[in-house]
Write a protein that binds this ligand. Structure first.
Ligand code: F6R
Length: 614
């Protein structure tokens, strides 16, 4: 969704801003803009579409004097237009702002400001905020840090969410930034400061960062900064080191980030497991849960909450928890949990799964669970993200930055963590040493097996290209393969725009079979040998209706290539880990279909990487 970048220092400001915006392009946006101070006024350039359009529009006469802000907008208030693109300038021309988030009470503020003579040029809530800042600035006495105070006063009147960066013409060497439920971090360089809503925008310049907390404002002047709260308390900045390299946010030799990230899965899985097994290799351990074995034993029920792909990971987690730990487990869409007033029993542990750690619905679900007094833990990939920081504890995935909009390595790492949780809880209950040991062995072998699938991607490409012209597809699987079917369908529709549905294989007879024809191929996840015969009957049913069938099976399966049109074999593994192995060919299948259709794979239409609106 929207992204913010800011810079104070001696380098080429516009270049740093454009570079930062380009690195955050993956988050999804429809327009982009930058602002800086030149002479005694702001210079602002905005363009629709790609950051490239913006950089093409920057002529050599533009020279921002040591300070600037930039933004990519994913429209919420007002249509996609240059007028609505950020940065916005206040009516009196004193301030310019970039803003992520939504000002919920912007209409009443706008009416108030209109009555005071302010005029508005855009349809955005952001323009209202920058004018409210100017309104307070004009009322404030000329003492102390009037710029910072005006931003603070304006924000006190605002309901909603924001990450903002503001420049003031009267203080041309200073920037004020603030956050509430929208990520923002400061990057500390040598005699220079950076601001970004996503660390990938600045990792090329510095790894020293400070994550702002909700309700905090930072005042940046030259290479100095200070942080205060909305109530004027001074905050001691907590400095962290980014553990990313610039290569992690670059495509390298890969054609797309999505393919790079699919191929990175063996390493991502290894990172998710590293240091997380007991010395006797029979169970998992997670220090970040901050729960003793005794407290873990007292858990009677588990609720998993998430959105999208992460919700599919929750569905696999539910299956694993029930099967291996025998704990009653439920899954809720985060957006439904928040408003559903769902009954929870005591001794329920709530897990929120979120790759970005910034998805607003997931964060809101977490707050709701906490409000009800439940211990709420996070499984997330983003260190320092809102969900990570607001949880009572949790597990980092350590997948490395995921830039491709369609989630791949984050999903398999989430399922891997879920399998390890099922092992941990299982071993605290009924699972014996031998079973635990075999589980751990299988986990150790998993990255090499994923690598084997990734290495055979040419075969999957050849199969995928045969189906690239289709407009409908069904993905079918039973038990833990049902969420994999959902995930396969989601990947395909997200990046290739083919209509795809995931169903439990047997459920297909109760409706979706009406869609089945020679024009609607079916992808079967048939990896579980104990229910293979049942799945094979379902395959017969769709074949009888002329559907072409692609089947994903475990090596050595009784389901052989003669039975279906195309067969994809995955290595044999522990039952609990089949969802991970079965997902990888579906990611590649979707990827190669989208590629054959000429789709913009890393930036699929209408999608954003981290959804920070409800
Ligand atoms: C799909 C995808 C989305 C996200 C969802 C939640 O490929 O990436 O469905 O899974 O928006 O995002 P996070 O995990 O960041 O909370």
């Amino acid at each position: 969704m929207c992204s913010i970048v800011g810079y104070v220092g001696d380098r080429d400001v516009a270049q740093i801003l454009l570079d930062g915006l380009e690195r955050m392009e993956y988050r999804g946006y429809d327009s982009a803009g930058i602002a800086g101070i030149q002479g005694d006024d702001f210079t602002i350039v905005k363009r629709l579409g790609r950051v490239k359009n913006l950089s093409d529009a920057i002529d050599p006469s533009i020279h921002f004097e040591g300070i600037g802000i930039g933004h990519t907008r994913w429209s919420t208030h007002g249509k996609v237009s240059v007028k609505n693109a950020h940065p916005h300038v206040s009516f009196g021309g004193l301030f310019t702002i970039v803003h992520n988030g939504v000002i919920e009470n912007y209409e009443s503020i706008k009416n108030f400001l209109s009555d005071s003579g302010y005029k508005f040029y855009s349809e955005t809530d952001t323009e209202v905020l920058v004018n409210l800042i100017e309104y307070h600035f004009n009322k404030e006495k000329d003492s102390g840090n009037k710029f910072l105070r005006s931003v603070q006063k304006a924000l006190l009147h605002v309901r909603g969410t924001y990450g903002i960066a503001v420049l003031c013409k009267r203080n041309p060497k200073e920037m004020v930034v603030a956050r509430k439920s929208s990520p923002l971090l400061l990057g500390i360089g040598d005699n220079e400061m950076f601001v970004a809503s996503d660390a990938c925008a600045i990792v090329a310049y510095t790894k020293n960062v400070v994550y702002l907390n909700d309700g905090e404002l930072a005042h940046i002047a030259h290479s100095d900064f200070s942080i205060i709260t909305m109530r004027n308390e001074k905050i001691d900045a907590v400095k962290c080191q980014l553990d990313w390299e610039i290569e992690d946010v670059s495509r390298g030799a890969y054609e797309h980030f999505m393919l790079k990230e699919i191929c990175e899965q063996p390493m991502a899985l290894q990172n998710a497991m590293r240091g997380r097994f007991s010395d006797d290799l029979s169970t998992a351990k997670f220090g970040g849960l901050r729960l003793s074995p005794m407290e873990l034993r007292q858990v009677d029920r588990i609720l998993f909450c998430a959105c999208g792909t992460a919700w599919h990971a929750c569905l696999v987690a539910e299956y694993l928890m029930k099967k291996y730990a025998r704990i009653p487990t439920e899954v809720e869409y985060a957006s439904e949990f928040r408003y559903g007033n769902i009954p929870l029993e005591k001794n329920t542990l709530v897990f929120v799964i979120s790759q970005s750690g910034e998805t607003l619905d997931s964060f809101a679900a977490m707050q709701e669970a906490k409000r009800k007094g439940y211990r709420t833990l996070a499984i997330t990939n983003a260190v320092g993200s809102t969900i990570a920081r607001e949880s009572d504890g949790g597990i980092y995935q350590h997948s490395g930055p995921e830039i491709g909009v369609a989630s791949t390595k984050a999903f398999t790492a989430q399922v891997c963590v879920a399998a390890m949780l099922a092992l941990l809880f299982g071993r605290l209950r009924d699972m014996g040493f031998d079973e635990g040991f075999a589980f751990v062995q299988a986990l150790h072998e998993l990255p090499a097996k994923v690598a084997q699938i990734v290495e055979s991607r040419e075969e999957i490409r050849l199969i995928a290209e045969k189906y690239a012209h289709c407009e409908d597809m069904l993905f079918l699987g039973r038990q833990s393969m049902f969420p994999v079917a959902l995930e396969g369908a989601l990947k395909l529709k997200e990046i290739s725009y083919i209509h795809a549905e995931g169903y439990p294989a047997a459920e297909m007879k109760h409706g979706p079979i009406a869609l089945v024809s020679e024009k609607c191929p079916c992808v079967f996840l048939a990896t579980q040998n104990d229910i293979l015969q049942k799945t094979m009957s379902n395959i017969q049913e769709v074949k009888a209706r002329n559907a072409r069938v692609v089947a994903v099976v475990s090596e050595g399966s009784d389901l052989s290539s003669g039975f279906v049109d195309d067969l994809i074999q995955i290595p044999r593994t522990h039952d609990a880990l089949k969802p991970i192995l079965a997902t990888v060919p579906l990611q590649l299948f979707a990827y190669y279909i989208a590629r054959a259709r000429g789709c913009d794979i890393d930036k699929p239409r209408n999608l954003a990487k981290s959804v920070t609106v409800e």
